[in-house]
Ligand binder design. Structure first.
Ligand code: SF4
Length: 462
């Protein structure tokens, strides 16, 4: 049996390779291999594939292996026709994809993953090409979009199966698709503890992304993480380090990224032992935490161990100033962020690697809340990463907005793109205000912030 795994294109108005790897698909690959199935991977977002150079001028790396994707402007979906942004396809050129498919023996099934729900047009385009090449091969669509928007996916995507389960559902899926019994010697409910994501399916990667835990025990109103996973699970640090060592040996990368949602939870038994093991191994790599760690859970010992292990990028979840901190779940307050930054600076972390996430355009948020958040981060000596908010379907926020009548429950997910919401949503900030706030975050470190913010508030916001 042969199965082709595909990480699809992104279609959007903006996208950047901030360490994007299809981890879920790689876990599926690992499980399929243990069933004795031959697995091949086409990752249309792998900027480091050497074969890309045959079809386009490769874009070089920026900081720590991140970088720009190859892009092509594509026709904007009709629903976005009044939004003044160019719409692009991000990832490998079509010619590369076709060349890969021409050189692949016809598989018995094709598994395509999906992430952001508003990226579904990229999934559709990818599957259209697959169906042109292999019209008789069943295509299975999994991942987040398939899980959250089954009916939408059935209506818009030419996949044969919309798969909304986790790895536990694989044996029955394979039996249904291929009419063959699959021998599984594992307890698949423990898939996260058993498998490593199958990076060996790549020829080359520029960095490695891992999860040491699944889910999050907190419940912020804007976040889906606690709902996606039945329970919070952490993997044995010894197994995590074995996994990292295995793949560093194969790929010789310099950057290792942990995308956990809650890496500091239970830190005495999880993150601290992991850090001590990484220090003892001395892999000579940079480690990164781009997913907003919990400021309140950071302590000095952890920060020292992180410094000694070689952690570089450290992002802190801050999100907003003001009353919304409490309303959204109380994950972090100003004093938590201040204390965490002081600890990081005291333990020798480079302030240019420390950044706080700030969201703009949250429901009920005022522009001044964003200005104050940016100024607060600057006063602490760190920079900010300002991101547009979007109500993620089926979160507490989303239900509240639906109940208020501010959001239609059956809205096409393409409209929930965080970059596009300010152009049409009447209950938040307009696109101009959002752009000015993002500009403030960029400029505040270069200009006199008092004159700049007062100018912003007077001329643009009020
Ligand atoms: S935002 Fe962070 S802390 Fe809050 S629920 Fe999501 S992952 Fe957990």
């Amino acid at each position: 049996m042969r199965i082709l795994l595909v990480n699809p294109w992104i279609c959007d108005v903006a996208a950047y390779d901030f360490w994007l790897k299809p981890i879920g698909l790689l876990y599926v690959g690992a499980a399929l291999k243990t069933f004795g199935i031959d697995v091949e991977l086409v990752d249309l977002l792998n900027r480091h594939d050497p074969d890309l150079a045959k079809f386009c001028k490769p874009k070089g790396d920026k900081r720590y292996g991140t970088g720009k994707f190859f892009t092509v402007e594509v026709q904007k979906p009709a629903i976005l026709k009044n939004i003044p942004r160019r719409y692009k396809r991000y990832g490998a050129p079509v010619e590369y994809f076709e060349w890969r498919l021409k050189n692949i023996q016809e598989p018995d099934a094709i598994f395509v993953t999906s992430t952001m729900t508003y990226w579904w047009p990229g999934v559709k385009e990818t599957i259209d090409v697959l169906k042109k090449f292999f019209p008789k091969t069943p295509v299975v669509l999994g991942g987040l979009y398939a899980r959250l928007y089954q009916n939408h996916a059935k209506a818009h995507i030419k996949a044969d199966v919309i798969f909304s389960q986790d790895l536990r559902g694989l044996p029955s899926l394979l039996q249904e698709l291929l009419e063959k019994e699959v021998k599984c010697d594992f307890d698949l409910s423990k898939w996260f503890e058993i498998f490593d994501p199958a990076y060996e399916l790549y020829n080359k990667v520029g960095y490695l992304v891992f999860l040491t835990s699944l889910g999050c025990p907190f419940s912020c109103s804007y976040c889906l993480s606690p709902k996606l996973w039945e329970k919070f699970v952490q993997r044995d640090p010894v197994r995590v380090v074995e996994m990292i060592e295995k793949y560093i040996e194969i790929f010789k990368v310099k950057d290792i990224v942990f995308f956990d949602d809650a890496i500091l939870v239970n830190k005495e038994n999880h993150f601290k032992p992991l850090l001590r093991l990484l220090i003892s191994k001395n892999f000579q790599v940079n480690y990164h935490l781009p997913n907003g760690i919990h400021a309140r859970l950071l302590d000095e010992e952890t920060a020292l161990l992180m410094k000694e292990a070689g952690f570089k990028t450290i992002k802190l979840g801050y999100e907003t100033s003001g009353f919304l901190q409490k309303k959204t779940g109380g994950k972090v307050f100003d004093e938590d962020l201040k204390r965490a930054v002081e600890i990081l600076l005291k333990t020798g972390h480079d302030p240019s690697n420390i950044q706080a996430y700030v969201m703009v355009n949250m429901p009920f948020q005022k522009p001044e809340d964003v200005v104050n958040a940016i100024k607060f981060c600057k006063s602490l000596g760190i920079s900010v990463s300002v991101n547009e908010y979007t109500p993620i379907p089926f979160t507490k926020d989303w239900y509240e907005l639906v109940e208020l009548g501010w959001l239609q429950p059956d809205l096409d997910p393409i409209l929930l793109n965080n970059s596009l919401i300010p152009y049409w949503w009447k209950h938040g900030m307009d696109a101009q205000t959002v752009q000015k706030l993002k500009q403030l975050a960029r400029n505040i470190y270069e200009k006199d912030d008092n004159s700049l913010t007062s100018m912003m508030i007077k001329k643009s916001i009020n």
